[in-house]
Write a protein that binds this ligand. Structure first.
Ligand SMILES: O=C[C@H](O)COP(=O)(O)O
Length: 244
């Protein structure tokens, strides 16, 4: 079953996204980039706005980030109360590897980390086993440049299928995103990722930096069969981590 991730930029949009049936509420500031970070305090209020009704995720900000900047950012976002903390992995292979290594203590402390790889920046999908070994909870694809087409313009269906299969082998949650349009949904559902992620397609005319459009959300929602799976899995995992 595939869930619908809706990226929101404030508590009001979080409420709207939950009311519109999004399965996962994802906090980010679209004006600040593909993975633009929001202040922890805004995320905390957003989490409160949907408390108990939906799992939430948030990004620590756009990469590249030096390994020593990352831990404080990850801790701040985790403390804001989200279930999943998204970290973009971009840049040379040795930096990516050191970022993964630097995050192992956070994973060991129960922070559910989701690595975000960028389909339009020649991502190294060979790192997926390292994510599993480092204790990440998930991996997703997004696009760094928002003006150059949606995810399927950058990776073929067999490449996407391989990514999902490898992630699943590592027992990672899988997400697909990147300027997804309504027309992309049908083919991507065939791959059965745990979630499909949207911002631009939920904002109508104004695009991803505009405001959430409930009608656009309803349209996307109607094309993705309702899913209990992601909600249950993310919440159970988060509760398990909290109990440890
Ligand atoms: O995490 C998913 C993203 O927010 C997708 O944003 P986008 O649809 O504007 O590329």
């Amino acid at each position: 079953m595939t869930g619908l991730l809706a990226s929101v930029k404030n508590p009001e949009e979080a409420r709207q996204a939950a009311a519109g049936g999004a399965d996962l509420i994802d906090f980010k500031d679209p004006v600040r980039g593909a993975l633009g970070g929001l202040p922890g305090e805004v995320i905390a209020r957003g989490v409160e706005a949907v408390a108990g009704r939906r799992p939430a995720s948030a990004t620590v900000g756009d990469p590249p980030m030096e390994p020593d900047q990352l831990m404080p950012a990850v801790r701040e976002i985790a403390e804001a109360g989200v279930d999943l903390v998204k970290v973009g992995l971009d840049g040379p292979a040795d930096l990516t590897r050191s970022v993964i290594d630097a995050l192992v203590p956070a994973a060991e402390d129960g922070v559910a980390l989701v690595a975000v790889l960028f389909a339009d920046r020649s991502p190294d999908l060979g790192i997926i086993p390292a994510l599993g070994a480092a204790g990440f909870r998930g991996v997703m694809l997004d696009t760094a440049g928002k003006g150059a087409g949606s995810l399927p313009a950058h990776m073929t269906q067999p490449e996407l299928a391989e990514m999902v299969a490898e992630a699943r082998k590592q027992e990672l949650l899988t997400g697909l995103a990147g300027s997804l349009r309504v027309a992309d949904i049908r083919d991507l559902l065939v791959l059965e990722p745990d979630f499909l992620g949207f911002r631009g397609a939920l904002c109508g005319q104004e695009g991803r930096e505009g405001i959430l459009d409930p009608e656009a959300l309803a349209d996307v929602r109607s094309r993705i069969p309702a899913s209990e799976g992601l909600l249950g899995k993310a919440c159970a995992d988060a509760e398990g981590a909290a109990a440890r």
